[in-house]
Design a protein around this ligand. Structure first.
Ligand code: PBE
Length: 268
């Protein structure tokens, strides 16, 4: 009903993901920064948010979600980021590989691998799309690894084979991290290591790496998105490398919402 204001049409709702995600905090910050007084961030999970997005698009209804790149949503739907001149969502940042402190001393060979593991948006998108059409995230990752041996061989250059040595990786169930974590597991398992994966919410994921119940995570978006977690644990963790450069966070809407182009338009 277009006689209603944008806010009324949206039920003053920003459809979001898990409460522990940095993008959730940033969305709450945007409500303050832009004076979106009546709005709420409705938290759930990435899969629930994506189901709401699909439903809205199927019915050509307005919706605003907490989005980020890389993400397969941009390949599947016609979406746009809302302009954020006040930078509630920060600037482009990087995805870091973070380990329990001391990991590079105790596991120099694996630390070298992680320092060499850096891929691109296109690589990650390819894996995320495979995982959209294959419920088995590891099988999809293995497929990609098999077809991209040129890239894999650069990441494993000079890395010694493992001997069933165990390594525990923690991650959050965000598509980007499901992709990277399973790809690394596929590569290291092939090399003779035994990688176990632990899926956690963001706060316990950081805590697990800090206390050493997990060795490594590929889920650290810094310097802004996970700033609070990093500040809390920086003495107990170490950065092994950057797996992907130039990520983005923001509020995202379907392109058919022609009158909504910046966050302040949500006040209309
Ligand atoms: N994300 C994906 C995470 C980091 C990776 C953008 C949903 C977050 O907001 O914390």
């Amino acid at each position: 009903d277009s006689s209603k204001s944008i806010g009324e049409q949206l039920n003053y709702t920003i459809t979001g993901i898990d409460p522990g995600a940095g993008v959730t905090q940033a969305a709450q910050q945007s409500i303050k920064d832009y004076g979106l007084d009546k709005y709420n961030v409705q938290t759930s999970s990435e899969s629930t948010m994506m189901a709401s997005l699909k439903k809205a698009i199927d019915n050509k209804q307005p919706i605003v979600i907490t989005g980020w790149s890389p993400h397969w949503m941009f390949a599947k739907y016609d979406l746009k980021y809302l302009d954020d001149p006040k930078k509630s969502f920060g600037d482009a940042e990087n995805i870091y590989t973070v380990a329990h402190k001391g990991f590079s001393k105790s596991h120099p060979n694996l630390a070298k691998f992680f320092s060499q593991f850096q891929w691109t948006d296109d690589d990650m998108n390819a894996v995320m799309l495979k995982q959209q059409s294959n419920d088995d995230a590891l099988a999809a990752a293995k497929d990609w690894v098999k077809d991209n041996q040129d890239k894999v061989s650069k990441w494993t250059k000079g890395i010694k084979k493992g001997n069933g040595e165990e390594i525990k990786m923690a991650y959050v169930a965000w598509s980007s991290e499901v992709a990277s974590t399973n790809v690394v597991k596929a590569i290291l398992d092939n090399l003779g290591y035994k990688v176990t994966l632990q899926q956690l919410d963001a706060a316990p994921m950081w805590a697990a790496v800090a206390k050493g119940s997990a060795d490594v995570t590929l889920s650290a978006w810094l310097p802004v998105t996970h700033k609070a977690y990093y500040q809390k644990y920086k003495d107990q963790v170490e950065k092994l490398g950057v797996s992907l450069k130039g990520t983005k966070l923001g509020l995202v809407v379907p392109k058919y919402m022609k009158d909504v182009n910046s966050i302040s338009d949500l006040k209309k």
